[in-house]
Design a protein around this ligand. Structure first.
Ligand SMILES: CC(C)(COP(=O)(O)OP(=O)(O)OC[C@H]1O[C@@H](n2cnc3c(N)ncnc32)[C@H](O)[C@@H]1OP(=O)(O)O)[C@@H](O)C(=O)NCCC(=O)NCCS
Length: 154
């Protein structure tokens, strides 16, 4: 299975905001429309975080969305994976894991990134297990109501 991550552009953003979650999953992740809007501005916390939103494609079809952010001056984590979703029709086929692997592999090649942060709703067991299997560990902290997990890369 080949997954291609493509930056969000004027050409593809409409298709990406049309991706759908399963019933009951919308409490786990902001809409792609919200994320793409948010990505225009970034975020201030211990300096500026730039946001990078991507569509995930299989055979040229959009199947998911991921957004991460960088702040290389941050003391705890220099990259944060802010959003991950796979369309309802494509879930449970390994795409979410593959998207995460590709993102983390790209971080591994960047020596600015020592630690990667991610957070999820405490009851999101699928996300927790997926991230734990990739090496994320929970320091026992809640950020904005979500469980924090951190992956040490170097
Ligand atoms: C979380 C999410 C991105 C995972 O994507 P996915 O393509 O379905 O996941 P994968 O097929 O790669 O599976 C990853 C692991 O989760 C497990 N999994 C996936 N869906 C599952 C389900 N509904 N119930 C139980 N386990 C599930 C798989 O078995 C797999 O584990 P394994 O590799 O040990 O067998 C997707 O389910 C999703 O979009 N969920 C709603 C939004 C969300 O929760 N995003 C994360 C916010 S932090």
């Amino acid at each position: 299975m080949t997954i291609e991550l493509r930056p969000v552009t004027a050409e593809n953003w409409r298709a990406l905001i049309d991706l759908k979650l399963r019933d009951g999953q919308s409490r786990f992740v902001a809409s792609n429309l919200y994320s793409i809007a948010e990505s225009q501005f970034g975020y201030e916390e211990e300096g500026h975080w730039n946001f990078y939103p991507f569509g995930a494609y299989v055979n040229g079809e959009p199947i998911g969305f991921v957004m991460y952010s960088f702040n290389f001056g941050h003391s705890r984590f220099q990259a944060f994976i802010m959003r991950l979703m796979v369309d309802e029709k494509y879930q449970g086929k390994g795409h979410g894991r593959e998207i995460m692997k590709q993102v983390l592999d790209s971080f591994r090649t960047d020596e600015h990134i020592k630690n990667v942060g991610i957070s999820y709703e405490p009851e999101n067991e699928v996300a927790r297990k997926l991230y734990a299997s990739l090496g994320f560990e929970e320091p026992g902290e809640i950020i904005d109501g979500e469980t924090l997990a951190v992956l040490n890369l170097r």
